[in-house]
Design a protein around this ligand. Structure first.
Ligand code: AMP
Length: 283
């Protein structure tokens, strides 16, 4: 496994293997890798000739009061895990090389970025779209793997790729969960044992939504109120949103007559968690 820090070198190496006819799979991450990240890397390895993982805690997607400084950084362990699963290249650029002092160009994110995370974290998706586009330029991959854990992020990237005609295929990947349902997240390590227990409220709320739709209760107001009850029962410390939305536009809907997605963001202690679940009414 080659670990590359230099921007020119990663482009030269991947461009070279691509010209050699190899299929390249890219997995962008911010490190502190867990089984969710590794499932993306392993899918890239299975489906492509060359798997490239990037580890970069992207400063432009963090708000001024967010956890950039204390975001977990576990590079040695990350490299170990990636080497074990057969990753071919890891790109670990320095922040001041990715964003030079004169850097001033940013991507205006697509309409699907407007609500939810986009509304609560101003500038977040601008930062995400910008770094992802930069990574796509630096690493000419055929396929990029993104986790559905960050459902709205997947929609943002898909729309950007469509709108800007970027020649890469986006492959959304299933959320990997702990045995009790909690979605794996680098931020779970902030949770105390009590908070870890209460964090299950997100999964319980999503399961309640799923159960109602499965039973034919498709009125969104009722589903959202059941989700909020579960979150209050946990209890979580703050609900940013608990909503049922259109799976493509991310706009609110009134009834689940077709595929929809339940999305939640809530704070447990000082940790902000997000999760979601696809809802499909019985046919
Ligand atoms: P992050 O390091 O949090 O930016 O995540 C890097 C990639 O891993 C993103 O595409 C995430 O959606 C994905 N990811 C994070 N957690 C999970 C999970 N539990 N299951 C699957 N993918 C995940």
């Amino acid at each position: 496994m080659k670990v590359i820090h230099d921007l020119n070198e990663i482009f030269a190496q991947i461009d070279f293997v691509r010209r050699d006819g190899k299929k390249i799979g890219l997995v962008p991450t911010m490190g502190a890798l867990h089984a969710g990240h590794l499932s993306l890397a392993s899918k890239a390895k299975q489906e492509c000739d060359i798997a490239v993982t990037t580890i970069f805690v992207n400063p432009t997607q963090f708000g001024p009061n967010e956890d950039l400084a204390k975001y977990p950084r576990t590079l040695e362990q990350d490299l170990d895990s990636l080497a074990k699963m057969g990753c071919d290249y890891v790109f670990v650029p320095a922040s001041d090389r990715v964003y030079s002092p004169t850097h001033s160009t940013f991507v205006t994110p697509p309409r699907v970025a407007t609500r939810w995370e986009g509304a609560i974290r101003p500038g977040h998706y601008q930062g995400v779209a910008t770094i992802v586009l930069k990574l796509f330029q630096l690493i000419p991959a055929h396929v990029a793997y993104f986790g559905l854990k960050d459902y709205q992020q997947v929609r943002v990237i898909q729309s950007m790729v469509d709108d800007l005609n970027i020649p890469i295929r986006i492959e959304p990947c299933e959320t990997v969960r702990e045995a009790d349902g909690l979605a794996m997240s680098s931020r779970n390590r902030y949770l105390s044992p009590d908070e870890r227990q209460r964090a299950l409220g997100l999964w319980n709320a999503l399961s309640a939504a799923h159960g109602m739709v499965h039973a034919g209760q498709c009125d969104v107001a009722g589903i959202e109120s059941a989700m909020k009850s579960q979150l209050e029962k946990a209890p979580v410390d703050r609900i940013d949103y608990a909503a049922v939305v259109h799976p493509e536009t991310m706009e609110p809907i009134e009834r689940v007559d077709d595929l929809a997605v339940a999305i939640i963001a809530a704070r447990v202690g000082n940790t902000r968690l997000i999760d979601n679940r696809i809802l499909l009414p019985p046919s």
